[in-house]
Design a protein around this ligand. Structure first.
Ligand SMILES: NC(=O)CC(=O)C(=O)O
Length: 295
């Protein structure tokens, strides 16, 4: 039997500012931490209550670097990135979606997003579920599964700024994950990401708007800025999309901090004018069998 979606409830906070920190990432980890810390401070000065960082921002997006830059989050004293994020969240009293970082756990590497609350405590951890393996001859070949182990849990976290679902980059291509979040009452899905020059132009904006409009919720993405040196050239264009698929704000490919206002009453409005939940025909979808369609 299909599980009924949780009806939309306006969170305590309806309007707030979100910041997308599109950071330039170098091979100098300390410099990356410093840049992130300054961008978070700037976001707070602009009034942001929710700050999102990019996929792989303390480490270049390259299989040669992931293991070298990885940190063990259970050993906090040896995890400068963890400490910086936790302190920043606590000292500014904000929620931080900590982009993604290479994480060591019992000899395995994960592509992991840590979410910190305004008390500086870890609220949740999302390990990238769908690893990015791609091979377009003559264009790009990249295999995350050579180095990373895939996560096996969706991540929904209740924060001061609403119920947030987390995905990391390639996770955005899988509508089932976003639909699950929608069913569980998520207000905004945050996807730290790092699309590249082969996938970015055609797909980056398209998939964000698709996830937002299908599920009538907010979608926020945050990418590193474009690097022109490494073998993997980042697309950039961090974006916030609203519940009717409209782009609220987007950036270019350069380093920048994007600030925008989120108004959750737009979810209510959109779902009232187009009540997709009431119109869904789960009774029909569940009876359609591949053999019936292709005898
Ligand atoms: N980092 C990624 O998962 C990249 C990706 O999905 C892409 O299309 O590029």
């Amino acid at each position: 039997m299909a599980v009924a979606p949780i009806p939309f409830q306006l969170p305590n906070i309806t309007k707030f500012k979100i910041a997308l920190c599109q950071l330039s990432v170098t091979s100098d980890k300390n410099q990356n931490l410093d840049r992130a810390s300054r961008s978070i401070r700037f976001s707070v000065e602009q009034g942001a209550k929710l700050v999102v960082l990019p996929e792989m921002w303390n480490c270049p997006y390259s299989s040669d670097y992931f293991a070298k830059y990885a940190e063990d989050f259970d050993n906090r004293d040896a995890s400068p990135t963890w400490s910086m994020l936790s302190e920043a969240a606590c000292c500014h009293g904000i929620t931080i979606i900590g982009g993604s970082l290479p994480e060591w756990d019992h000899g395995r590497l994960y592509n992991t997003c840590c979410i910190f609350g305004p008390d500086g405590k870890l609220k949740a951890k999302h390990r990238k579920i769908h690893l990015f393996d791609i091979d377009i001859p003559g264009e790009i070949s990249f295999k995350e599964s050579d180095t990373f182990t895939a996560g096996d849990q969706p991540t929904i976290v209740d924060t001061e700024v609403g119920r947030i679902g987390i995905g990391i980059c390639h996770d955005i291509r899988f509508p089932e994950l976003a639909a699950l979040y929608r069913k569980r009452g998520v207000d905004i899905i945050c996807y730290p990401g790092a699309f590249n020059m082969s996938t970015g132009e055609l797909l980056w904006e398209l998939v964000q708007r698709a996830r937002a409009v299908d599920n009538q919720l907010f979608v926020a993405t945050c990418s590193p800025s474009r690097n022109s040196t490494g073998s993997y050239t980042i697309w950039g264009h961090s974006t916030l999309v609203g519940p009717s698929g409209e782009i609220i704000v987007t950036s270019g490919h350069e380093e920048t901090t994007v600030i925008a206002e989120i108004d959750y009453s737009n979810i209510q409005l959109q779902r009232k004018s187009l009540p997709l939940d009431d119109q869904k025909r789960e009774d029909i979808y569940k009876f359609i069998d591949v053999h019936e369609l292709n005898p």
